[in-house]
Design a binder for this molecule. Sequence first.
Ligand SMILES: Nc1ncnc2c1ncn2[C@@H]1O[C@H](COP(=O)(O)OP(=O)(O)OP(=O)(O)O)[C@@H](O)[C@H]1O
Ligand SMILES: [Mg+2]
Length: 240
Amino acid sequence: MGKVIAVSSGKGGTGKTTTVAALASCLAALGYRTLAADFDAGLRNLDIALGMTDFAVYDLADVLDGTSPLDEVAAEHPKIPGLFFLPAPSFLSPEEIDPAKLETVIARAKESFDFVMLDAPAGIGAGFLLAARLCDAAIIVATEDAASERDASKTAEELRGAGIEDVRLIVNKTGNYKRQKLDELADGIGVRLIGAVRSDREVPFAADEETALVLHSGKGAARDYLDIARRLLGENIPLK
Ligand SMILES: Nc1ncnc2c1ncn2[C@@H]1O[C@H](COP(=O)(O)OP(=O)(O)OP(=O)(O)O)[C@@H](O)[C@H]1O
Ligand SMILES: [Mg+2]
């Protein structure tokens, strides 16, 4: 039975989509069949971060209305075996999605994937709540600024309210932050730190080239994401 992990943030632009693409790539490369699902119906762009823009033909709406089975709509990455992508609906807002139908789709996904990563929209609106309702665990992606911290706290509160207890924090785009500072940030938000990701210009470069980060670079942020993927799998990788 697979595990569904929602990646959320509160504040926009902290790196949710980058995180879903990078962690899903790493988990697949480590041998785990992984589905990266775009839940950001309004601003769908997970295809770019995965390097799969040519694969967003059918989407979640086709699975929800029964036109196509999930196995056909979820396309496998051309260069990373075991990594699959489910595009967000182009013409369906989160409010129009029937939660019960979505629950059935996710239950089906859990049967055939080891991990299902949900790229939740920013904020705590309908799209976020759908992801919160369906996930087994969540990752909050925050940056070091006060607004992001406050929004991350609110997100953590909402997730706990939805009954999600396994909530971890990634601090993204870090500069010279010391470990102690990162722990203080995690304490302030009220969740455990799973890792920090360096600010790395290879991230936007990879996106500009529509290439998965881990295929573009093996160091910097790509390396940080690999460490986080290993921690997700239960390996004891010390935080640097
Ligand atoms: N570690 C990093 N180093 C440098 N740039 C980064 C890093 N992580 C993300 N970015 C850049 O920050 C921007 C926002 O990232 P991303 O789209 O992943 O955020 P998001 O949280 O999904 O945004 P939204 O809330 O709009 O969905 C992108 O231009 C991305 O390339
Ligand atoms: Mg995004």
